[in-house]
Design a protein around this ligand. Structure first.
Ligand code: NAD
Length: 424
């Protein structure tokens, strides 16, 4: 059968792009053709339909849920569960593949997975969300487990969702099993520093990246797009590292102060008001303007596709550290490369989240918990080692950092597949 003729099940733009990206790297490294064919498709894909009761007791609705495990070769699979109105098998499969590369790039003993429920969580009450989560968990029960597949939060899910999944799973197996999910509340065996992990991980790479491009980090102006989980803690960590965070934004708008924002004050403002607008010690800017502000470092930490062919030329940052997944389009990548902008790609840059998730899983399995300083030190070590290795591939093979990161991720997985051989 011709390559690609049996991808229909996962057909979607995201999946096509994920495979095209993989194929490009496979070509570059002259990947074994059998391994290449195996890695183009997820190993397991589960679609479930299930009912849940609305708060109006007589009303029952049917939902679609998914769990895709891209690669079982490296150990259990790992990846988030998202609740969103447009989730589909193709999207979940693409994200599962990206998780394989991300975990491989930082050297974790996992393959990639992803899950989702096609539902708008904003339209559900907490009791409804709890019923959806418990029933979805029951439907995928045989698929997940501490040694099989370990979910985590993603868009539309959070610590509470993970607590419900952990409880439902534990009820089924008959004992408490914290290691079945990560991103749990600390009271249930969640790791300290998980909440801040992705943002901290992003900033932990700035010193090495700045050194590489000859940029002085202390005093460097940083712009952060998005002030949620990733953006907020990236801004805090950047300020701690001596940078001047001049602008941040949320879904509505941004704030800009060329002399530097007082991040603690911005945090207090958003906790109190929910949004940044109205913040007193800064000028308002739109999200579009924010990306083009004068700065040395730009941290996109909100949504995908925000740096595109129509604005890439005007992005002034010398260094872009991708906190969000997929913030730069392929066309923008080419424009930035021409301008000499150094990009730390998402698969490497935001891997701090899954790294501390890995720490959480290890701690739960051992029932032995680490201190915050231990956790942060180990996070920095893993992130920096991965950065150094990706940078040296980029220099040696004369490719950009995104390609270098994928080369590293794909190579490790391919090597494991080849030495394991084909069963039977
Ligand atoms: P979040 O929901 O906590 O925060 C998102 C932030 O972006 C909020 O401030 C929100 O107001 C803002 N925002 C949303 N839509 C926007 C838009 N259209 N324009 C400008 N701002 C917008 O989400 P998060 O967990 O911080 O995730 C952000 C990105 O990082 C996502 O791409 C996610 O996939 C990626 N990511 C997150 C983690 C993690 O550990 N949370 C790990 C890896 C990657």
């Amino acid at each position: 059968m011709a390559q690609g003729s049996h991808t229909r099940e996962w057909e979607s733009q995201m999946y096509t792009e994920a495979v095209a990206q993989f194929d490009r790297v496979a070509e570059l490294i002259n990947l074994d053709s059998n391994v290449r064919e195996r890695l183009r498709y997820p190993q397991r894909s589960l679609i479930v339909t299930f009912p849940y009761r609305k708060d109006e007791y007589s009303e029952v609705e049917t939902l679609f849920g998914y769990r895709v495990q891209h690669l079982l070769t490296m150990g259990p699979t790992k990846g988030g569960i998202r609740y969103a109105p447009d989730v589909n098998l193709g999207e979940v499969a693409a994200l599962a593949m990206l998780m394989t590369w991300k975990t491989s790039i930082v050297g974790l003993p996992f393959g990639g997975a992803k899950g989702g429920v096609r539902v708008n969580p904003a339209e559900l009450s907490q009791p409804e969300l709890q019923r959806v989560t418990r029933r979805y968990t029951a439907e995928i029960f045989n698929f997940i487990g501490p040694n099989k597949d370990i979910p985590a939060p993603d868009m539309g899910t959070n610590e509470q969702t993970m607590a419900w999944i952990m409880d439902t799973y534990s009820q089924e197996v008959g004992h408490t099993e914290p290691a079945v999910v990560t991103g749990k509340p600390p009271a249930l065996g969640g790791s300290v520093a998980r909440r801040e992990a992705t943002g901290r991980g992003v900033v932990s790479l700035l010193p090495a990246a700045a050194y590489h491009i000859g940029l002085k980090l202390p005093g460097a102006r940083v712009v952060v797009h998005g002030f949620g989980n990733v953006g907020r803690y990236a801004a805090v960590a950047a300020a701690e590292a001596g940078c001047s965070v001049v602008a941040v934004s949320d879904i509505r708008s941004g704030i800009y102060n060329p002399d530097g924002l007082e991040i603690g004050k911005v945090e207090r403002w958003i906790d109190e008001h929910g949004f940044l607008d109205g913040y007193p010690d800064a000028d308002p800017v739109s999200n579009e303007e924010l990306l083009e502000l004068p700065c040395e470092i730009l941290i996109p930490a909100a949504v995908g596709g925000v740096i595109h062919k129509n604005n890439a030329e005007r992005v002034q940052a010398r260094l872009i550290a991708e906190g969000a997944n997929g913030p730069t389009t392929m066309e923008a990548d080419a424009i930035l490369a021409d301008k000499g902008t150094f990009v730390i790609p998402d698969v490497l840059c935001n891997a701090g989240g899954v790294t501390v998730s890995y720490f959480e899983w290890v701690q739960d399995l051992q029932n032995y918990f680490w201190s915050e300083s231990e956790t942060v030190a180990r996070l920095r070590e893993i992130m920096n080692r991965a950065f150094d290795e990706v940078l040296s591939i980029s220099i040696k093979e004369k490719v950009d950092m995104r390609t270098a990161a994928l080369i590293k991720g794909v190579r490790r997985v391919a090597e494991a597949k080849l030495v394991r051989g084909v069963f039977p």
